[in-house]
Design a protein around this ligand. Structure first.
Ligand SMILES: NC(=O)c1ccc[n+]([C@@H]2O[C@H](COP(=O)([O-])OP(=O)(O)OC[C@H]3O[C@@H](n4cnc5c(N)ncnc54)[C@H](O)[C@@H]3O)[C@@H](O)[C@H]2O)c1
Length: 443
């Protein structure tokens, strides 16, 4: 089994490190965030991710997984170093590679023998070759001529189901040019390789492109059904029925046909922007992706318009927002539609009472700019207290089976009780029976 270092202990790095250890590898996770490393060393888990704690604990106990802030110590003596640092959007929409460069250079400064450097972060096409150059420069500075290979191994896990996704991937993609590196990757992923998980070997650029092409496709699919939902509302169709029937077509597929408040998270928004920029830069524009980005921005505004239109005006009304994370089962609020919706409603003069099962801590600083308009509630019933409208923004299971009578009883009786279900997790009939005025998306 291989000795591996993983640089970056965020959603991807920590899950990858823990699961690669579970596959039998010996993994050292390293991060420049010393607080995070100290927390991990004490047995804490810095993110909300179902099932992750058990995998981390098991592998720490069995001495296959450890955490350190010491780069050189982590990299020295390992055969593969995974780069799993963040690639946030730069001002021009492209991916900011400063963390990837930092990680690559630290590998060049620390490595002492043949190493396979694995790009797991989502990076623009051509980055693997840049990583090679950065490492070469550091080796030259040290007067060393050490052999190494760079491999692109994009990650497809989803937050909320990250452990399952990592251990049951639809495919493992390995881009690279060296047989030796490919063989090592087979060893690293041995459990999956033996399990007949589709194992796709490509060149570097193709592997980098696969990740962007996949995410952009999914973003287009979401924006597509969101626009169809808008049209359904205008023509009197029910998008739930439309999507269900469309999804039965094997060529279309049922997944990602759920209308909602727009996609968010740390991947789709930045990856669509980055690949669209690559398209423009290379003279091969991705007009569908550009349109999906615009449709997504519009979708978030449409949600605010929908709520304001129902209420007549949001000014001086109290609105309960249930769910702040960009999707269920995560505490991550990066680019969450809830942010735009909260700002839009607060901008219209509304007072917000918000609740999320896992994202409250993150919400308190992300929504700092409108903090005077927000009350952070202790649960969904507390959020509803004195509200004129209830808005479901994130599809947490906890919100799927609320006591509708009780929650309505908490609301301000002076107003018509609106129920805006931006995830279509309730039906008109059951909410109207409980005395609400219901509006979903596309129905
Ligand atoms: N989050 C997802 O669902 C997901 C899925 C697939 C791919 N990705 C991609 O994986 C990459 C990482 O995403 P994430 O969500 O895990 O990010 P994250 O922000 O949760 O974690 C990144 C970590 O890297 C650390 N870091 C940054 N620079 C460093 C350096 N020079 N040395 C050591 N550590 C450093 C940060 O401290 C942080 O802990 C991104 O490129 C992202 O696009 C993310």
């Amino acid at each position: 089994m291989a000795h591996i270092a993983v640089i970056g202990t965020g959603y991807v790095g920590l899950v990858s490190g823990a699961c690669l250890a579970d596959f039998g590898n010996f993994v050292t996770c390293v991060d420049r965030d010393t607080e995070k490393i100290e927390l991990l060393q004490r047995g804490g888990i810095p993110i909300y991710e179902p099932g992750l704690e058990a995998v981390v604990k098991r592998n720490v106990r069995e001495r296959r997984l450890s955490f350190t802030a010491d780069f050189a110590g982590a990299v020295r003596g390992t055969r593969a170093v995974f780069i799993a640092v963040g690639t946030p959007p730069a001002e021009d929409g492209g991916a900011d590679l400063k963390h990837v460069e930092g990680a690559a250079r630290s590998i060049g400064r620390a490595m002492e023998s043949y190493t396979v450097v694995v790009d797991k972060s989502t990076v623009p096409i051509g980055t693997a070759r840049k990583v090679r150059r950065w490492i070469e420069e550091e080796l030259e500075n040290r007067g060393k001529d050490l052999p190494f290979d760079v491999v692109s191994n994009p990650e497809f896990l989803r937050e909320g189901t990250a452990v399952y996704d990592f251990t049951h991937p639809d495919r493992v993609v390995i881009g690279g040019e060296s047989e030796k590196a490919r063989n090592l990757m087979k060893e690293v992923y041995r459990s999956l390789y033996l399990n007949e998980t589709p194992y796709i070997e490509t060149g570097l650029e193709s592997a980098e492109m696969i990740k962007y092409a996949s995410n952009a496709f999914l973003a287009v699919k979401i924006s597509y059904i969101n626009e169809i939902a808008g049209l359904c509302e205008k023509v009197g169709a029910d998008v739930q029925a439309v999507a269900a029937a469309m999804g039965r077509d094997g060529r279309i597929g049922r997944k990602f046909l759920h209308p909602g408040p727009g996609y968010g998270g740390s991947c789709f928004p930045k990856d669509t922007l980055a690949v669209a920029k690559t398209g423009r830069d290379r003279g091969s524009p991705l007009s569908l992706v550009e349109a999906a980005i615009q449709a997504n921005d519009r979708q978030k505004k449409l949600m605010v318009d929908k709520i304001e239109a129902g209420l007549g005006t949001a000014a001086d009304k109290t609105i309960a927002l249930l769910g702040l994370a960009f999707k269920a089962n995560t505490g991550d609020m990066r680019e969450a539609p809830a942010i735009a919706i909260c700002r839009g409603l607060a901008g219209g003069g509304a007072k917000l009472r918000v609740y999320d099962p896992a994202a409250m801590a993150e919400a308190s600083w992300r929504l700092e700019d409108i903090k005077d308009s927000i009350y952070f509630a202790s649960d969904e019933y507390d959020a509803a207290r004195g509200a004129a409208a209830l808005v479901i923004v994130t599809e947490w299971n906890q919100f799927r089976n609320m006591d509708l009578g009780r929650i309505k009883g908490e609301m301000d009786p002076r107003f018509k009780p609106w129920f805006f279900d931006l995830r279509n997790i309730y039906g008109r009939e059951e909410t109207e029976k409980a005395g609400f005025y219901y509006q979903g998306v596309g129905r």
